[in-house]
Design a binder for this molecule. Structure first.
Ligand code: KIV
Ligand code: ZN
Length: 385
């Protein structure tokens, strides 16, 4: 089994499904270009049957993509699949992704029994495969599907020609041990498992999407489906930046490679936040405003002596210019001295002591003390000397 994990980004499909996250045609083209440029293997560009706008965006992204495979989503029916193919067929490397909900709750919606659903999967995957060499099958709500039926759906999809088998945790219900075991068991028990790539697609309802995706990789999955900033319905999808950086930083225990240029992460994170209107929470892993910021005196002092004391990765590796040491009421003298030196003030211990008293007084009244505040404090102090 290869150690390369494919990154399948669905910001433009599952991410955009997030209520209120709609992006314009031009914004979608811009994000797709950034994804292509940062090394994403597969871009799920939209759901072509959903609207004229989605169809046009997927077609245009397909025409423009340089290296990424372009994928469109379709329900398991011929009309959806044909529409999807019409949109992705322009790509150098197109993929049709087709799915149906296989759990008891989801089977009840189209009111199909197991045999009828099995036949539908066979017919739809066969139809998609007659159009395109690259076909992904998803058994939606796989983690709440009975084992025997899940195995049956995957067996059928592989026999009908699927090249990727996606195992979605549609409602963020699984947990890491179960996630790893499910993929491991499928690979061990389905026929011709070695002819396809197993994929994981996790949602974050219980806050375990990243852990579940990485556990699935440990179980043998070699494609992770994810979105920038974890954008997605309800609590969102697995965040691309989290799984990619986790595998990079902890390659000692997760020895898997991706093609992602991680230095492009911050830029695309900011752009997705801007175009979707979904601001990134300050303490979000990797891309939050505070992910590389240290305010407390002990942490700032440690960081000034050795950055590894409180950081497990380099901010430059995700595209930031460096660590930030914002000054606030928890900051200490070492960080104040460092900041004043950067502002051009080289002061002796006594003067620093006086400025530090004024600084603490101000910091008690203000959340963050900025460069202008410090300059004013130094001037005041000089005026009184
Ligand atoms: O969450 C899910 O199950 C999906 C499928 C369409 C893959 O998004
Ligand atoms: Zn999903």
């Amino acid at each position: 089994m290869t150690d390369q994990v494919l990154i399948f980004d669905t910001t433009l499909r599952d991410g955009e499904q997030s209520p209120g996250a709609t992006m314009s045609h031009h914004e979608k083209l811009e994000i797709a270009e950034m994804l292509d440029d940062m090394g994403v293997d597969i871009i799920e560009a939209g759901f072509p049957i959903a609207s004229e706008g989605d169809f046009n965006a997927v077609s245009e992204i397909s025409k423009r993509a340089k290296t990424s495979t372009i994928c469109g989503l379709s329900r398991a029916n011929f009309k959806d699949i044909d529409r999807c193919w019409d949109a992705v067929k322009h790509a150098k490397s197109p993929r049709i992704h087709t799915f149906i909900g296989t759990s008891p709750l989801h089977r009840a919606i189209p009111n199909l029994d197991m045999d009828q659903m099995a036949e539908r999967i066979h017919d739809c995957v066969t139809h998609a495969r007659n159009l395109c060499d690259n076909v992904q099958w998803s058994s939606m709500d796989a983690t709440r599907t009975e084992w025997d039926f899940l195995k049956r759906t995957v067996d059928i999809a592989i026999k009908a020609g699927a090249t990727t088998i996606n195992i979605p945790d549609t409602v963020g219900y699984t947990e890491p041990v179960e996630s790893a075991d499910l993929i491991k068991r499928l690979i061990a028990e389905v026929d011709r498992a070695d002819t396809v790539i197993f994929s994981t697609h996790c949602h974050n309802d219980l806050g375990m999407a990243t852990a579940n995706s990485l556990a699935a990789v440990a179980g043998g999955a070699r494609q992770i489906e994810c979105t920038i900033n974890g954008l997605g319905e309800r609590a969102g999808n697995t965040a691309l930046e989290e799984v990619v950086m986790a595998m990079k930083v902890r390659s000692d225990v997760m020895p898997y490679g991706t093609k992602i240029d991680t230095r492009k992460i911050m830029n695309i994170s900011r752009r997705v936040a801007a175009v979707s209107g979904f601001a990134v929470q300050f303490n979000k892993a990797i891309v939050g405003k505070n992910a590389f910021a240290h305010e407390s005196g002990i942490h700032q002092d440690g960081m000034l002596k050795n950055r590894e004391t409180f950081e497990v990765m380099r901010p430059e590796d995700v595209g930031l210019s460096g660590t930030s040491l914002p000054l606030g009421k928890h900051s200490g003298r070492a960080a104040l001295r460092d900041k004043l030196e950067k502002l051009g003030y080289d002061m002796g211990d006594n003067e620093l002591k006086d400025v530090f008293v004024r600084f603490k007084d101000l910091a008690d009244r203000k959340k963050e003390v900025f460069d202008d505040d410090l300059i004013a404090l130094v001037r005041q102090n000089e005026g009184e000397d």
